[in-house]
Design a protein around this ligand. Sequence first.
Ligand SMILES: *[C@@H]1O[C@H](CO)[C@@H](O)[C@H](O)[C@H]1NC(C)=O
Length: 385
Amino acid sequence: MHRSRQTAPALLLCALAALAGCAAAVRPPAVAQAQAAAGALQLESRSKHSGGKGGEEKLNLRPIIGIVSQLGDPAPKGHSYIASSYVKLVESAGARAVPILCDMSKEEVERRFKAVNGILIPGGAQDLRPGQPFFDTVQQLVDLTIEANDNGNYFPLHGVCLGMEALSVAVSRNHSILSDYDSENLPSPLFLTDIAASGRSRFFSALPPQVVEHLQTRPYAMENHAHGLAWTAVEENPRMKEFFDVLSLSVDRVGKVYVSTMEAKKYPISATQWHPEKNAFEWTPDKDIPHHPDAIEVTQEVANFFVSEARRNFHAPASQDEEEDLLIYNWAPSYTGKHKYKGEEVDFVESYFFPLAPEFKRQLAAKRQARQAQRAPAAAAAAEE
Ligand SMILES: *[C@@H]1O[C@H](CO)[C@@H](O)[C@H](O)[C@H]1NC(C)=O
């Protein structure tokens, strides 16, 4: 900053006048006390930063969350996307985001898994069958998360909407475990199961009591899905029943009941069929997203819950250079929610786009060719009969 010679003394005089005003209002002993307290606090915060003192839990104060990208609208051709609201969700609670692209190689997904402290699987619309890039990436991340935790390495994962559905398919190994629901654009209340109501769930116990009360008594859970998980499907699938506690239920337009919140019994894995990120960060006027201040608090507290879980993990990029190369700050979001944005999907106010890897594009082209080649002889055979 450039300042002229004449204004510098004037500024100094102002500062002195302010100090004099201050000294008149505050008694000198308070100044000495403030200085002593500040010195002690600075020492304490330094020791906390390096991992806490005896007895206190060690926390990772620079948590990073991996967020999975997906194919399709609003991504332009040859790209995958992440809706910015998921990035904002983790950023709002003091974490940074790293994209995990659905077209990445298994090796690269694993490398990123070892650099992040939690995984967020976003909502959207994808084919949840093995062999599909988004689903395969989710399956690998779920398997890596379970393996890490089994090895005593606390590692959280949270799925939202499609993310919860993908998690259900990945854990159940049954891609017909989901059923149809009429719950698009239907903000709803949550009905807590006994486990959640009696304070035995990590997810609901972490939320302040007034937030849990609002979620039960007001339609603040932004539901926006055509598929979902029936409680009977959890009960009937031995893998699901052993793995998950159902924490809340909600009801669709025609009275069908689905699982709206669940968490793993033995792992820091949780899922919401509803969208915590939309209340504070999505603004499409075509949807009835709850924006009441108490609904915004739902976004904030779910973010606090998930990022607190991530602070218990100590994965880290190999170097500062690697960290900087991985972070989402290398990309700029597009304003996809703008009125008359080209593309059907205007539900997301902002989205990040990532070019597909050349190798992935080659594989797609090869699969397409193989399908065409299969179809050609089949058609010829049919003509002969
Ligand atoms: C998959 O889940 C659905 C819904 O619970 C069930 O009807 C079906 O029998 C299951 N399939 C297998 C192979 O277990």
